[in-house]
Design a protein around this ligand. Structure first.
Ligand SMILES: NC(=O)C1=CN([C@@H]2O[C@H](COP(=O)(O)OP(=O)(O)OC[C@H]3O[C@@H](n4cnc5c(N)ncnc54)[C@H](OP(=O)(O)O)[C@@H]3O)[C@@H](O)[C@H]2O)C=CC1
Ligand SMILES: Nc1nc2c(ncn2[C@@H]2O[C@H](COP(=O)(O)O)[C@@H](O)[C@H]2O)c(=O)[nH]1
Length: 327
């Protein structure tokens, strides 16, 4: 692979503006036949989403993916969302009991709108077999499979029946995969996204490494239909997890799904725990993201997300922040 780069190495080049106000720019996106307000989904992690946030997001037109770390609650979650007329979007793993779970959903005629297979190393027979199992039992569910970091993996999962693939191994804020294993897309996630997107025939979700709202536009430019974000969504009033006071400031915990805190044991740990600044209301962040993306669209010289996909860019190796701290 030549010409690797990451989010902070890239600047998109402005094109002539065609709107009189940024409010004319449309940030909506369609995935799996459903229209969402933003091409953004909060990470399916236990300190990022819970049932209450899922309901809020679905009721307000945002995409969500519920995590899989309280497996016994998934059926009642689906029934509750169905009773409210809301989109159902859950996660599964690949262990034997997950096969039974999919069979149970089919028997109870509970077909989630979206099922995400959430595995660290998604380029595997374990994921391919699970995609086929879901498609055999719940043919109407839109299957998102991951995580992967190569075009070969994208092709194989798409060929197995995945409706979308999720790209990103190791770029996450609480990820230590790159340090513990030496593998992944950490440090070159945006280039990996472009590499994968060239092979993809179905939507790609870019997962991990987004540190600023501008990184959402950059992801779209390099082939993402949607981005998954953890750290920017951590620390809100509504976020699950403990709030504590540190050096006179309120902070909230954010931990990796493969951390010791999540697993309850020190085995194959590839995630850590950190504290992030308390950020206020979730909706304020969503609103700011929408405004910033509207502005991105205006700089792209268009009126919709599509305009961003075609802009030129320059590589300014590690220099765009010029030593400035972003947040
Ligand atoms: N996006 C990312 O960079 C990463 C994300 N994560 C997140 O952490 C959570 C836990 O992930 P994961 O450990 O996959 O889930 P699980 O603990 O549910 O493991 C799933 C299955 O895959 C096996 N497995 C896990 N890693 C590997 C590997 N590298 N090679 C072969 N088999 C493997 C496990 O067996 P065994 O444990 O016995 O090996 C298990 O049978 C997920 O939410 C995932 O998204 C974790 C790491 C990286
Ligand atoms: N290597 C690990 N990656 C993890 C773990 N838990 C979650 N994740 C991934 O991170 C993103 C969120 O990234 P962020 O940069 O936006 O904070 C998440 O969607 C997962 O793909 C983990 O324990 N280890």
């Amino acid at each position: 692979m030549e010409n690797v780069f990451d989010y902070e190495d890239i600047q998109l080049i402005p094109a002539k503006c065609v709107v009189n106000s940024r409010s004319e720019c449309d940030t909506t996106v369609t995935l799996g036949g459903h229209k969402f307000k933003l091409p953004v989904v909060p990470a399916n992690m236990q300190t990022i989403i819970d049932e209450k946030i899922a309901v809020y997001l679905a009721e307000n037109g945002y995409f969500y993916i519920m995590h899989r770390f309280q497996p016994e609650t998934r059926i009642s979650f689906i029934k509750d969302m169905n009773s409210r007329g809301l989109i159902t979007s859950i996660s599964v793993g690949v262990k034997e009991e997950e096969y039974d779970f999919i069979r149970q959903l089919a028997e109870e005629q509970l077909s989630p709108d979206f099922i995400t297979i959430d595995i660290a190393h998604g380029h595997s027979n374990a994921v391919i077999n699970m995609i086929k199992h879901i498609k055999a039992h719940l043919s109407k569910s839109f299957v998102i499979a991951g995580n992967v970091g190569t075009p070969e993996a994208v092709r194989e999962l798409e060929n197995a029946g995945a409706d979308a693939t999720k790209v990103g191994i190791g770029p996450g804020k609480v990820c230590i995969t790159k340090i513990k294993t030496g593998f992944g897309t950490g440090g070159w996630q945006l280039a990996a996204l472009r590499w994968c997107a060239k092979a993809a025939t179905k939507p790609i979700i870019a997962d991990g490494g987004i540190r600023t709202h501008g990184d959402i536009a950059k992801s779209v430019r390099f082939g993402a239909s949607m981005v998954m974000i953890g750290s920017l969504f951590a620390g809100h009033e509504e976020s699950p997890g403990q709030t504590i006071e540190k050096d006179g400031k309120l902070v909230k915990e954010y931990f990796g799904s493969a951390s010791e805190f999540q697993k309850g044991e020190k085995k194959n740990v590839e995630g850590k725990k950190m504290y992030v600044e308390h950020k206020g209301a979730l909706q304020d962040t969503l609103t700011e993201m929408e405004q910033d993306l509207q502005s991105s669209i205006s700089y792209a010289g268009g009126t919709s997300i599509e305009a961003i996909r075609h802009v030129d860019y320059v590589v300014v190796k590690n220099s765009i922040f010029n030593g400035d701290k972003v947040f």
